[in-house]
Design a protein around this ligand. Structure first.
Ligand SMILES: Cc1cc2nc3c(=O)[nH]c(=O)nc-3n(C[C@H](O)[C@H](O)[C@H](O)COP(=O)(O)OP(=O)(O)OC[C@H]3O[C@@H](n4cnc5c(N)ncnc54)[C@H](O)[C@@H]3O)c2cc1C
Length: 279
């Protein structure tokens, strides 16, 4: 059914795991050293948003929270054909956990308009909690469809297939709705030359670019600074461990009989009991 849907998609910039970002002495990620990239899971959310716009009509708005370089992911989304973007950037957001992040994004969504559908990635490759989408839905009081791998709009209602343990589930719900998109959804299409060229032109004209991407702070969205950043984050990172180099003492065991292989592997260890499960 044709409509004019107000489609939002949340995108986050994450450290490129291929670059050696390293950790700060306090165990947090040293983001300054890391190369940056669009969270890979958000590519599926972006594809879902663009597909919905193309199929049913409407506009796509991207929202990101992060330091100033995070504007790069909004520019990338613009190249793919979204209509506009908002970057929430404020030093008072530093050290936000998911509770504070979801609060700040909730205020940003309310500032940016009234969405019919919000697409989020399933999770990020840095924080990796998969909590932000569901927390945002709760704050907005929207129904949420998580792990969604197929999505359509029929008679003004959202029909979705979501992954559950051991199978899939079909759900139908009203809009507005928040959807977290599984990575079994379609891959993000390539950018068009036209899109890339357009964004290059906009970057040469900062005043014109501001019509498409707005950088906003906590004062603009009317967020309470005490509910953001460290102050608004009850989560404490107690410690982080660096994963050791893999491969040093690696031993290869070969054979066709799993039972014998297990016996070989645990020989001389403290393991007293075991169960071999084969498919
Ligand atoms: C105690 C603690 C301290 C932290 N301190 C910092 C810090 O100082 N600096 C820092 O950069 N990070 C920090 N983080 C990480 C950052 O705040 C988290 O990444 C954030 O809370 C989102 O959680 P997540 O990455 O697990 O997202 P998930 O819940 O896994 O993300 C799911 C989806 O939500 C959306 N989403 C998530 N985050 C954003 C975002 N920021 N903008 C737009 N969409 C988003 C995306 O669509 C994403 O695919 C901290 C986290 C914790 C727990």
């Amino acid at each position: 059914m044709a409509g004019s849907y107000n489609i939002f998609v949340l995108v986050k910039q994450v450290p490129d795991q291929g670059s050696k970002a390293g950790l700060n002495p306090d165990g947090t990620i040293d983001r300054a050293k890391a190369k940056r990239m669009l969270n890979p899971f958000d590519r599926y959310a972006l594809q879902a948003a663009l597909h919905t716009k193309r199929t049913y009509g409407g506009t796509v708005t991207t929202i990101s929270m992060g330091p100033p370089p995070a504007v790069e992911v909004l520019l990338e989304a613009l190249e793919h054909g979204v209509d506009r973007g908002y970057l929430l950037s404020d030093r008072r957001l530093a050290a936000s956990d998911t509770l504070a992040t979801a609060y700040a994004l909730f205020k940003t969504v309310n500032y940016a308009g009234k969405p019919d559908i919000i697409f989020c990635g399933l999770q990020t490759t840095d924080g990796d909690t998969a909590q932000v989408g569901p927390q945002l839905a709760e704050r907005l009081n929207f129904p949420q469809i998580t792990y969604c791998e197929d999505f359509s709009i029929e008679d003004g209602k959202v029909h979705a297939r979501r992954i559950i343990e051991g199978g899939t589930q079909k759900v139908v719900t009203e809009m507005p709705v928040l959807v977290t998109v599984a990575n079994s959804y379609h891959q993000l299409e390539y950018k068009s030359f036209r899109g890339t060229w357009r964004v290059q032109q906009l970057q040469r004209n900062p005043e014109e670019l501001k019509k498409y991407i707005q950088t906003i702070d906590l004062d603009v969205i009317g967020a309470d600074p005490d509910r953001c950043g460290l102050k608004g984050s009850p989560t404490i990172v107690a410690w982080t461990d660096k994963v050791g180099e893999i491969g040093g003492n690696c031993q290869m065991h070969e054979g066709n009989a799993p039972e014998n292989l297990v016996k070989e592997v645990i020989a001389g260890s403290n393991v007293k009991d075991y169960l071999v499960v084969t498919h």
